[in-house]
Design a protein around this ligand. Structure first.
Ligand code: SF4
Length: 212
């Protein structure tokens, strides 16, 4: 038997994934939740995602596709104040439309869910877009607790206060303003405190380091 690793076929698959990961036109909640500088640099320099990013995206997409099929997918972006957001699903709970965010992660299942503050920012934004204070988060820990690598699936319901939802939206609108004005003036947004994992694999890190 002869085995050959087919690099050409691998490259075709990655290119195909990149084509399916095109950016959106309107500013989206996900552009604003974490590092504004990364969103800005990605937009200005049109740097394609790394192969690693594409493969994580692929794992997430597969899981999303199955779960979105199970309930009501929400492929349509909801828009308020010219800011778009696309909940992965919307479900009805006691007659109320509830947005659902689906996440897959290599984090240990033992990590406190609240530490993923960016997930909560997104969920609160989707609550605002759906005019509700109830949001649902579905989390797949793909490597369990790292000792036992059996995947674990958990579902969390968050009941926010109206003030939390409104404050979160106002904060995002302020960031949208900063983002758009940076793009217009071609000036880099200020450096922010960003999770270490994000900088570690950041595709625009070289551009970012040039300016403090
Ligand atoms: S290296 Fe870190 S701070 Fe700089 S753009 Fe990337 S994620 Fe943001």
């Amino acid at each position: 038997m002869e085995v050959t690793q087919n690099l050409e076929a691998q490259g075709e698959i990655i290119s195909h994934l990149r084509r399916g990961n095109r950016s959106r036109g309107r500013v989206h909640v996900s552009d604003l939740v974490l590092c504004l500088r990364k969103s800005y640099l990605g937009q200005v320099h049109k740097v394609p995602p790394t192969e690693e990013e594409m493969l994580f995206w692929l794992v997430g997409r597969g899981y999303h596709a199955v779960l979105e099929d199970y309930k009501h997918p929400s492929e349509v972006a909801l828009v308020r104040d010219d800011l778009a957001g696309t909940p992965d699903q919307v479900v009805l709970v006691n007659g109320q439309v509830v947005p659902v965010e689906i996440k897959s992660t290599r984090q240990s299942v033992n990590k406190n869910i609240l530490e993923n503050f960016w997930w909560l920012i997104t969920l609160k934004a989707y609550c605002y877009l759906c005019s509700t204070t109830l949001g649902r988060l579905i989390v797949l820990n793909i490597v369990g607790d790292w000792k036992d690598i059996t995947p674990r699936l958990r579902v969390f319901d968050f009941r926010f206060t109206p003030e939390e939802v409104q404050e979160n939206w106002d904060w995002l609108l302020a960031r949208k303003q900063l983002y758009l004005s940076s793009l217009e003036k071609q000036t880099l947004p200020p450096l922010e405190k960003t999770p270490a994992w994000m900088c570690k694999s950041c595709v625009v890190a070289d551009y970012c380091k040039e300016v403090p």
